[in-house]
Design a protein around this ligand. Structure first.
Ligand SMILES: Cc1cc2nc3c(=O)[nH]c(=O)nc-3n(C[C@H](O)[C@H](O)[C@H](O)COP(=O)(O)O)c2cc1C
Length: 391
């Protein structure tokens, strides 16, 4: 009998990539992706082979991150966007086994899963992937959704108190060899224990936009994931980004990455791209679903100052859940990405109306131009830094 070869430990590219503009694919585990549209060409999520094809395309192209949306029910309206979705730990585990180098994230509503259960799932995905796991921490803001879990929609800032305890337990489960006790407001743990440990320290990300959310993110996470207020002027956008970096540095002595998400509409001319955008976001836009999203975001989260602030982003919500627009020809998209990079963005998680055709075209036409512009190295030269080993 031959001895089993251990899974080789790799590095997590989100942590180690030297690319000036890192890239990911966001939201292809959910119906409609990040659009709110009735257009029949929209993404259909419950097709595992399609999820695998998208993941492998991004992996081979040398992108850094695959990121799911955490969603338990849809936004109703005509198309019920996001109403069908793959659960994100099992999704990441499945994709870990069919990819080589890209980081696999879960997007986890902390109140739906016990931290020791999550820590073990995370370690398992980390082993399947050889150390490429990342956790996108979310606290829940869609009331109807959280109502499905023992009515666990806590008061806004209390959600982050819960998250503080949850994360402390998960970090101890990943890091401590000895069993540990924990007594908190939300969790009581006797002789907490979790083996195996992850191969690499899980990469942590969070999208808190409120004062309390930003504090949680800058204190604990490796990356902030922002709804960039891209309708603002450059100085205001820079200030939004710097607020995260500065708080992480000054209050907590840490460096963090800044990630945003962007909807891509790439065509042979700007006019064609704008026509396509008008078609799926305006003519075919699901305004009833949009009303549900903006109402809920306005009430439950700190992402927007008030309803008027959210109103400015109505069109962008239909186009790509309020992401940054990357619209036009391949060279135009490269230029637009350069602007976000110059303003302080480290990574862009991309979305499309139709991920398979959109990603293929982006990889073929935009990524070579990014290399020429010095925004990215060629795919093969990415994984060079030594692996970080969890103590
Ligand atoms: C870029 C981005 C992605 C997000 N993805 C999800 C998600 O997948 N599922 C979810 O329930 N909330 C998601 N959220 C919402 C956040 O987790 C968080 O609840 C929200 O930013 C409100 O936090 P705050 O009240 O501290 O601003 C996302 C937010 C942003 C900005």
């Amino acid at each position: 009998m031959t001895a089993m070869t251990p899974v080789p430990r790799k590095q997590n590219p989100v942590r180690h990539s030297k690319n000036k503009i890192k890239l990911g694919v966001f939201g292809f585990n959910i119906e409609g992706g990040c659009t709110l549209t009735n257009a029949p060409e929209r993404h259909h999520a419950a097709d595992w082979q399609s999820n695998v094809a998208i993941a492998q395309m991004a992996d081979r192209a040398g992108m850094e991150m695959l990121l799911p949306v955490g969603r338990w029910r849809g936004w109703e309206g005509d198309s019920n966007p996001m109403g069908v979705s793959y659960e994100t730990y099992t999704w990441a585990a499945g994709l870990a086994s069919v990819t080589e180098q890209i980081a696999l994230f879960t997007t986890s509503h902390l109140s739906t899963v016990h931290p020791l259960f999550a820590a073990k799932q995370a370690a398992t995905i980390d082993h399947i992937s050889g150390g490429r796991f990342g956790l996108n921490i979310i606290c829940g803001w869609f009331g109807k959704e959280m109502g499905m879990f023992n009515g666990l929609q806590r008061e806004h800032d209390r959600r982050y108190d819960h998250a503080d305890e949850w994360l402390e337990i998960a970090l101890r489960a990943w890091g401590e060899q000895e069993a540990f006790d924990f007594q908190g407001d939300f969790f009581q743990i006797a002789q907490g224990y979790s083996q195996p440990k992850p191969l690499n320290q899980p990469f942590l990300m969070n999208a808190g936009g409120s004062t309390r959310g930003r504090r949680f993110c800058t204190q604990h996470c490796d990356a902030a994931f922002l709804i960039l207020k891209h309708e603002d002027d450059d100085d205001t956008i820079r200030a939004q980004i710097n607020a995260y970096r500065d708080q992480a540095r000054i209050e907590f002595g840490r460096e963090i990455q800044i990630w945003v998400y962007a909807y891509v509409v790439q065509e042979d001319s700007l006019a064609e791209a704008e026509r396509k955008l008008q078609y799926y976001a305006n003519e075919q836009g699901d305004d009833a679903a949009l009303d549900n999203v903006t109402r809920e975001i306005g009430i439950q989260s700190g992402m927007f100052k008030d309803a008027a602030d959210a109103e400015r982003f109505r069109f962008h919500f239909k186009a790509g859940f309020a992401g940054v627009p990357l619209v036009g020809t391949a060279p135009m998209i490269v230029e637009q990405m350069q602007r976000w990079s110059d303003l302080g963005v480290d990574g862009l998680n991309l979305t499309w109306l139709d991920y398979r055709s959109g990603l293929a075209r982006f990889v073929d036409e935009v990524m070579p131009l990014m290399e020429q512009a010095g925004q990215r190295q060629t795919a093969t030269s990415i994984i060079t830094a030594p692996t970080q080993v969890l103590a």
